[in-house]
Ligand binder design. Structure first.
Ligand SMILES: *Cc1c(COP(=O)(O)O)cnc(C)c1O
Length: 445
């Protein structure tokens, strides 16, 4: 099967299906645009991820920001994966999805005092701290909480607060400039020298246990070399830290494993797959062989990107010179990646025309912004007309999570397909609902 088609998202009698459900039937039932996910594909991805990392004892924490739908989180949690969180909202969702606090990592460059306090009260598994200032704040809140606990629960044991420093290993990564995170000048992480100094400062600290190093060097990385380099830098730092008697018991190596978004005519599987779990797992296992503590990874995109489609109807085929416009009912508010990162998703007709003749289209949405363009000069069937359906592939990661209601458009729904079982897992949020939040209310200041 030619990428991006899989056993789970495929054509049957020229009609696009997720598993055994026709996309056209879903569109007719709930209207467009909508996201649809394959349950089987999600399970496939989770299993290949577990099969790759678990034999080496590497822990997997799903990066929730890629797709934080409650039902997706539940499925991922049920399969035993932990989570990586970047906000109090994600923490709330992960708890609602039933994920145990020990399996939670709280990352993020700008956690608020309220978020930190809440996460401390919940006693979550690991805090990934990104600055000396955040570490000082976390320590202060932990100290206050300890005093409070000592007064109110004098016999209770003090919880261990595991803290990991996110280090910026300063390695070059060949990816889009908007998604590199591990080079000097990025807002993320702490320089190696400062991390060393903080370990000295916080050694044997009364309130927090600084015991780990973390990194996340970017997204859409296909080459293992920057991972090797960054891990080596981290391990050199571990040695330095150990040399004055402190311990590093956790290495959290982040995510960023690349997936292909292009249509691939190649039948060579390695050309289609991106950075496979098995490949990166082996590299990490090799590089961390000498490390005796816990090793973790945080894949996001690679677990969920290819489980989903965004389905949209053609509103108009606007003839124009030199390229006709395919004007869809989906727009940049529903799928922001093309406008935000110049990303491209494979686009295909939902019902294939028997006569396979194409012409180039500029594929756009109806929003009043010049950046509301999904693709330029993109070849699709010549006979496409208003009312026809198209699907954007690989739309399970960083898509529905970024959707919004700009231009007073409804917030796009999400559908989960399990064989012939079809569930709405997020309702379309219409203007009536949105206007409920615009009822005015006097507040006392
Ligand atoms: C976004 C993010 C990830 C996941 O990145 P992917 O490219 O989706 O795998 C992992 N860790 C942290 C800290 C992140 O911010």
């Amino acid at each position: 099967m030619l990428f991006p088609l899989t056993e789970n998202i495929h054509y049957k009698n020229n009609a696009l299906h997720i598993e055994n459900t026709s996309i056209e039937n879903i569109a007719n039932a709930i209207g467009t645009p909508f996201y649809a996910y394959s349950h089987a594909r999600l399970m496939h991805n989770i299993n290949s991820c577990k099969d790759a990392f678990t034999p080496y004892g590497i822990h997997v924490h799903y990066a929730v920001k890629a797709n934080s739908n409650l039902h997706i989180l539940k499925l991922i949690g049920e399969q035993g994966l932990g989570v990586d969180l970047v906000s109090g909202g994600e923490l709330y969702r992960a708890s609602e999805a039933g994920i145990a606090v020990e399996k939670m990592i709280f990352s993020g460059v700008g956690k608020s005092k309220t978020e930190l306090l809440h996460a401390l009260e919940m006693n979550i598994g690991q805090f990934n701290v990104e600055s000396a200032e955040e570490l000082a704040l976390l320590d202060k809140i932990a100290a206050e909480l300890a005093t409070h606990r000592a007064i109110n629960h004098p016999n209770s044991q003090r919880p261990i607060i595991n803290v990991t420093l996110r280090v910026n290993p300063d390695v070059a990564v060949n990816t889009h400039k908007h998604i590199t995170t591990g080079q000097k000048g990025n807002k993320f992480g702490i320089d190696i020298e400062l991390a060393f100094a903080l370990f000295q400062q916080y050694q044997d600290h009364p309130h927090i246990t600084l015991n780990g190093l973390a990194m996340h060097i970017g997204s859409q990385i296909f080459d293992v070399a920057p991972y090797r380099k960054a891990i080596q830098k981290l391990l050199a730092l571990v040695k330095d830290i150990q040399s004055f008697g402190a311990e590093v018991t956790t290495l959290d190596l982040g995510g960023g494993f690349g997936i292909h978004y292009e249509n691939t005519e190649s039948t060579d599987k390695t050309q289609q797959a991106g950075l496979e779990f098995a490949t990166i797992a082996k590299v990490i296992a090799e590089e961390t062989e000498s490390f005796k503590g816990k090793v973790a990874v945080e894949p996001g995109r690679s677990l969920v990107a290819d489980i989903g489609l965004l389905v949209s109807r053609v509103n108009y085929v606007k003839e124009s010179n030199p390229t006709p416009f395919l004007i869809l009912d989906a727009a940049m508010n529903d799928l922001m990646r093309p406008a935000l990162y110049q990303a491209s998703h494979p686009i295909k007709e939902v019902v294939k025309n028997a006569e396979d003749v194409t012409r180039p289209y500029d594929i756009v949405g109806p929003i009043c912004e010049s950046t509301d363009i999904f693709a330029k000069s993109y070849a699709l069937n010549k006979a496409l007309k208003a009312g026809d359906l198209v699907a954007f592939f690989c739309s399970g990661a960083y898509c529905a999570v970024m959707s919004n209601s700009y231009n007073s458009r409804d917030i796009v729904p999400e559908i989960l397909v399990n064989n012939t079982d079809v569930k709405v897992i997020r309702e379309r949020v219409n203007q009536e609902t949105l206007l409920k939040f615009e009822e005015e209310r006097l507040i006392k200041i």
